[in-house]
Design a protein around this ligand. Structure first.
Ligand code: URP
Ligand code: ZN
Ligand code: ZN
Ligand code: ZN
Length: 489
């Protein structure tokens, strides 16, 4: 047979197309997409079901220490298995530098763990919290050249945050070396100030986490990040946008020609701050930063996804267990400030968006594929190898059962977190078969591959950095101080 695998009788949906056909696969790559292909060594009949490019979750936390030193519950094995059962074929979590860490060592250790354990393909972003000269002038440029073409920086969390000078420094390096900065945009002082006054008055329950992370903190920092990036006209991505004001800031920057991009996550579309209002410490299960907001914000974010203001839909899977190892701090004088921030969501990201987005008419099938796969591949320099169904691309596919309705329960998921914020929710549309580089990774209820069988994906230039951009004479002069315009005259 000329194919190792033929997926036949498929309704193939990409970010732009929707047609019936067969997919011929050889050596892990798609060779042909056409009607009535010959049988492969192995044949899978999709039975007319939807076939999408495998999901890419480009924002998830795996084997990472929080700023307060709490370890994620998921390692590269449990997280990659959970991701695969959720229809993903590529994950991009974070190798996190804490203050004093060598960025190079952090990356080396993280890569080794991924190589040993991941069941699907992966890359990782860096988190830069200590922008020393060694970090930004040596380690970071080298790592970018090795294919780690994105990094996250924080404007909040005492132990991670960069000040405005440091943000300008890392933006300049990103633009010069060809990497995309991802920004956690919240104003640290606003959050600390509100929290201090809440706690002084005895408002310490988890639900006050949401009160302290006021929308104004996110809106101000989002605007500030955009303005700082505009000094040198550096492309940036604002991650986990949760407010109308954040989406508006991105929208107006884009409308005026800035290369500013945005991401949101399932919890900002489906949960609200009221979900934190539970007895005792139960509300800790819903504490993440930024926090879930209100229904008006949900509506605004759905529109922002629909109209391209936000191009990425990621889980921000941040798996802290609901016990003393994670969400519930030990001791009696504890407050919402000690709760580890983050929600799990790797496995339910695609089903939730399909059920709530596609089936409720909020987004089209093509938009679903763009938001869960194609846009991630482009944004992070993996396209066209990843994120599409076309000859030459990796054979990363998910056969989707659009009629399957399941009630989400933690017991039915494969992560190691021990709870899900979506417990009891009815969701229609789940992966049936997940194929990564032509290997069947998940077949119904069973995992078919071994730990360590995923491959590292060296990434190229993120799409926003591929654009040739025109600058005002002033901006162009400032950019020349940093050698940012190698080819432009
Ligand atoms: O609360 C969250 N989102 N925790 C994970 C880390 C981050 O800021 O993305
Ligand atoms: Zn963040
Ligand atoms: Zn995150
Ligand atoms: Zn220029």
């Amino acid at each position: 047979a000329s194919f190792d695998l033929t997926v036949r009788n498929a309704r193939i949906v990409t970010a732009t197309d929707d047609f019936h056909g067969d997919i011929g696969i050889r050596d892990g790559r798609i060779v042909t997409v056409a009607q009535d292909l010959p049988a492969g060594t192995r044949d899978i009949d999709a039975g007319g079901k939807l076939v999408f490019p495998g999901g890419i979750d480009s924002h998830c936390h795996i084997e990472q220490l929080s700023s307060m030193g709490v370890m994620c519950a998921d390692d590269w094995h449990s997280a990659s298995v959970s991701a695969a059962f959720g229809g993903n074929t590529t994950i991009v979590p974070f190798a996190a530098q804490h203050k004093g860490d060598s960025l190079r060592e952090v990356a080396t250790n993280y890569a080794a763990s991924a190589a040993a354990k991941s069941v699907i393909d992966y890359s990782y972003h860096l988190i830069i919290s200590d922008p020393t000269e060694q970090t930004i002038e040596r380690d970071l440029p080298e790592l970018i050249r090795e294919g780690i073409t994105s990094f996250k920086v924080f404007m909040t969390y005492d132990k991670l945050k960069l000040n405005d000078t440091q943000l300008l420094d890392v933006f300049a390096v990103a633009a010069r070396e060809g990497a995309l900065p991802m920004i956690h945009a919240e104003n640290n002082d606003v959050i600390l100030w509100i929290a201090r006054h809440l706690i002084a008055k005895g408002y310490t329950a988890p639900k006050y986490h949401a009160t302290s992370h006021a929308p104004a903190a996110e809106n101000e920092a989002t605007n500030r990040a955009i303005q700082l990036a505009s000094v040198l006209d550096v492309p940036i991505l604002i991650v986990h946008v949760s407010t109308l004001g954040g989406a508006q800031a991105i929208h107006s920057a884009k409308a005026l020609g800035a290369s500013v991009h945005g991401e949101t996550c399932p919890h900002y579309l489906l949960l609200t701050a009221e979900d934190l209002d539970l007895p005792g410490t139960e509300g800790a299960k819903f504490c993440c930063s930024p926090p879930p907001r209100d229904e008006a914000s949900q509506e605004a974010l759905w529109k922002a996804l629909k109209n391209g203001v936000l191009q990425l839909f990621s889980s921000d899977h941040a798996p802290y267990r609901y016990d003393e190892s994670g969400k519930i701090p030990a001791g009696d004088a504890t407050t919402f400030k000690q709760v580890a921030n983050g929600l799990p969501g790797l496995e339910v990201r695609m089903p939730l968006l399909f059920s709530e987005g596609v089936l409720k008419g909020r987004i089209s099938l093509n938009e679903f594929v763009a938001l869960t796969s194609t846009n991630h591949a482009k944004m992070y320099g993996m396209h066209p190898r990843k994120g599409c169904i076309a000859p030459g691309a990796d054979a990363d596919l998910v056969i989707w059962d659009a009629e399957c309705t399941r009630t989400v329960t933690h017991a039915g998921l494969h992560d190691a977190v021990g709870y899900t914020p979506y417990e009891g929710r009815s969701v229609t549309g789940w992966p049936q078969t997940v194929i990564s580089r032509g290997r069947v990774v998940v077949d119904g209820d069973t995992l078919q591959v071994a730990a360590g069988s995923g491959e590292f994906i060296a990434r190229g230039l993120p799409a926003p950095l591929r654009e040739q951009r025109k600058h005002s004479p002033e901006t162009h002069f400032l950019r020349s101080l940093f050698s940012l315009d190698k080819t432009e005259q």
